[in-house]
Design a protein around this ligand. Structure first.
Ligand code: AMP
Length: 141
């Protein structure tokens, strides 16, 4: 498959649709997932185009993992999760619905099941409030 420049994350990167960002650097962007599987579910994407793991430039992959670590630390500091899960799906059969490489950062709590993947939309005010706490935690770490 060839990279579709009109996928929703490419549009976010071009500023054509909004996202609630929590961290950004030259190579990556992290933002709130609008259909969280657990509270404070975020996504990290490379700025360079890659549909999936097979297309991913390893330097971009390194930058994504670095950002995932930064965001996970801030989420952990602000929300005290029992655990943090990283997910990454390749291909529709594996659950991929947006065809720009991304890593999910999903806080987990003892005995709290995950919500459905791409299930209910979260209230944007709630997402903004959570994002602000992540940004504040990152600023002090
Ligand atoms: P995947 O199914 O692994 O491709 O993940 C795509 C993720 O993107 C899902 O968890 C969706 O909830 C999330 N998502 C879809 N559209 C948006 C959007 N506009 N802003 C933020 N997250 C989104």
């Amino acid at each position: 498959m060839t990279y579709d420049t009109n996928n929703i994350f490419a549009k976010i990167l071009r500023g054509e649709i909004p996202a609630i960002s929590v961290y950004e650097d030259d190579a990556t962007l992290a933002f709130m997932d609008v259909m969280p599987q657990s509270p404070v579910h975020t996504l990290v994407i490379p700025k360079s185009p890659a549909e999936n793991l097979f297309e991913l430039d390893l330097e971009a992959g390194k930058q994504v993992l670095r950002t995932a670590q930064i965001v996970a630390r801030a989420v952990q500091d602000a929300f005290k999760a029992d655990g943090i899960m990283l997910n990454q799906f390749n291909g529709p059969a594996a659950g991929q619905t947006v065809f720009h490489f991304h890593v999910h950062i999903v806080p987990r709590y003892e005995n709290v099941p995950l919500r459905r993947h791409t299930g209910d939309m979260e209230n944007p005010d709630v997402l903004e409030e959570q994002a602000e706490k992540i940004r504040a935690a990152h600023a002090k770490l």
